[in-house]
Write a protein that binds this ligand. Structure first.
Ligand code: NAD
Length: 247
């Protein structure tokens, strides 16, 4: 059985990178809270799969843009599993649009999910982590937050914001025994890549030094490392998992 004070909350945990992180953290002995918004069926299926293997996992609903829901979600995790030691902020959305076509609503939604969502979850969990004087926050940014992507200005801005939040929060919480880091994926084979045609993906692969897109499991390895005791002196860092595309 997993757990024993090793509790991990993963937002966006029902699919893609979040799902791979949940599975990887369970394999490392964590009890996992799979935080979902619209993916209830996927979250519950993942709980069943993990439970059948003897792992402890629960599904908890919260729209990360809604601070009230996020606060309630973290309190539920605390009551059901215990105080979270690890928070992985993985919930996110992407959209490709010309800059001049981005509407007020597009902008607000992109910043709301990808940046305010991270703020909401960090703020909800931190009082408990500070009380325990231990915690690991792992934010999933993107290589586009490091370099900027054409036709993804709102996405790039939100993900760059996540990097800024990570660096600043790492400094503020270091003496409280809490590390805050980013994993910054490149092109990863999840539903988020589905708008891209095979031709688009092939063209992208030509720009990636390793010549291929990555798997969610490869990103989950970096998350697991940052959550592990091996990463005890690492904070405020951005770890790229991008096949060499951004160095
Ligand atoms: P995904 O679509 O499978 O995962 C995103 C998850 O976030 C989904 O489960 C979705 O339901 C959830 N979500 C969306 N809006 C939400 C909300 N308001 N509240 C709560 N949950 C919400 O795609 P993914 O590739 O696994 O994405 C995970 C993270 O990785 C995202 O932050 C994404 O920006 C980032 N990322 C992905 C790639 C890639 O190529 N796939 C590259 C760089 C960064």
């Amino acid at each position: 059985m997993n757990g024993n004070g090793r509790i991990a909350v993963v937002t966006g945990g029902a699919s893609g990178i979040g799902k791979a992180a949940v599975k990887r953290l369970c394999a490392d002995g964590f009890a996992a809270a799979i935080s979902y918004n619209s993916s209830e069926a996927e979250a519950k299926a993942l709980v069943s799969e993990l439970s059948s293997k003897g792992f402890k996992a629960v599904a908890v609903k919260a729209d990360v843009t809604d601070s009230v829901e996020v606060n309630e979600m973290i309190k539920t995790v605390k009551n059901v599993l215990g105080t979270p030691y690890v928070l992985v902020n993985c919930a996110g959305i992407a959209e490709q649009k010309l800059f001049t076509d981005i509407t007020d609503l597009d902008w607000a939604r992109m910043i709301g999910v990808n940046l305010t969502g991270v703020f909401n979850a960090c703020r909800a969990v931190l009082p408990f982590m500070i009380h325990e004087k231990r915690g690991r926050i792992i934010n999933i940014s993107s290589m586009w937050g490091q370099t900027g992507a054409s036709c993804e200005v709102h996405y790039s801005a939100a993900k760059a914001g996540v990097i800024g939040l990570t660096k600043a929060l790492a400094k503020e919480t270091a003496l409280s025994g809490i590390t805050v880091n980013c994993v910054s994926p490149g092109a990863i084979d999840t539903a988020m890549m589905s708008p891209f045609s095979k031709e688009d993906t092939d063209a992208l692969c030509e720009e990636i030094p390793m010549g291929r897109i990555g798997s969610p499991e490869e990103v989950a390895e970096a998350v697991a490392f940052l959550a592990s005791d091996k990463a005890s002196y690492i904070t405020g860092q951005i770890i790229g998992v991008n096949g060499g595309m951004v160095c």
